[in-house]
Design a binder for this molecule. Structure first.
Ligand SMILES: [Zn+2]
Length: 308
């Protein structure tokens, strides 16, 4: 009976020339990363349907380009991606397979979220070669680990969603501002939690945490795997361990997808504790959304220094 009523309602709407409200009217948004997916959902609300390509527990540097991911992209009105070559190993392949002109480079449905970022870190002043590992030749791409950048991305998404679905533009802009109103006080609170951490230098396992450190004023002494995708030389590790001991480093931070056995051995040799931090929404179960990810990061870091 319900199905019949629904069909009648649909037929009436079609006869009246009104498109039935539902999934077909919503902007189909595909995001490469879970952090971007969460932001897109906050900004898009019921006006969008969001799909995420890289699950939170996968290292986005090395996602396998499976056919199911290309199918999601084939239906998309808008692709939002991190950029700075974070997804270079798989997104171009998927874009080719998807054969969807709407999301090709240069089209309004193709959004490199780097556009929102004012201060890109580590932009090289000379060309790099692949021999230096899985380097990011246009600068460090891990800007979403600074929540102020997440907020800038939200506003960028709102503008682009509004251009693609003008009747909802006001709602997109309003939701982005509501998100800002929620996040700004939390950003202040996280900065306060971090204050005692500023006197304690850290080592990170792979180059991932520069934006977090830059935002919170933390000192990163170096990375164990300083060339992503390439095993570090014993000499580099020995040198880093030596410097870490002299600096009194007590914490080595790692993403859940890092080589944790290698990280654990390095931490032991530094007389430091290995602390695993969520590097993406969903990378550990507690990081249920973007603000929760920072709650966990700050709580775990704060627990490494004595209460004062
Ligand atoms: Zn990276």
């Amino acid at each position: 009976m319900r199905k019949l009523l629904l069909e009648i309602a649909l037929a009436t709407a079609l006869l009246a020339g009104i498109a039935p409200a539902g999934a077909a009217d919503r902007l189909q948004v595909v995001c490469t990363l879970t952090d971007l997916g969460w932001i897109a959902e906050q900004v898009g609300g019921e006006d969008v349907e969001v799909n995420v390509l890289c699950p939170g527990e996968y290292d986005p540097h090395f996602l396998p380009a499976r056919p199911s991911l290309a199918r999601a992209l084939a239906r998309a009105d808008l692709l939002c991606y991190n950029g700075l070559e974070l997804e270079v190993g798989w997104l171009p392949v998927l874009l080719d397979k998807a054969r969807n002109p709407s999301v090709r480079p240069g089209r309004p449905g193709h959004l490199d979220c780097t556009e929102a970022i004012a201060g890109i870190l580590e932009v090289p002043d000379q060309p790099l070669s692949r021999a230096q590992g899985d380097v990011h030749p246009h600068g460090n791409p891990h800007y979403l680990l600074d929540p102020r950048n997440g907020l800038a991305v939200a506003r960028l998404m709102a503008a682009r969603m509004g251009a693609l679905l003008p009747e909802a533009a006001g709602r997109f802009a309003g939701r982005a501002e509501a998100l800002a109103a929620e996040l700004v006080p939390r950003i202040d609170a996280w900065q306060e939690v971090a204050a005692p951490l500023r006197r304690h230098p850290l080592v990170h396992h792979t180059k991932q945490w520069e934006y977090l450190a830059d935002w919170l004023g933390l000192e990163l002494l170096g990375a164990v795997e300083h060339r992503p995708g390439i095993s570090p030389s014993p000499r580099h590790v020995d040198d880093l361990i030596d410097r870490a001991r002299r600096a009194g480093v007590r914490t080595l931070i790692a993403a859940p997808w890092n080589h944790l056995d290698v990280a654990r051995r390095a931490a032991e040799r530094m007389h430091a504790e290995l602390v695993i931090l969520p590097a993406a929404v969903g990378s550990i179960p507690e990081a249920t959304d973007y603000p929760a990810m920072f709650d966990v990061i700050l709580a775990r870091l704060r627990a490494t220094v004595p209460q004062e």
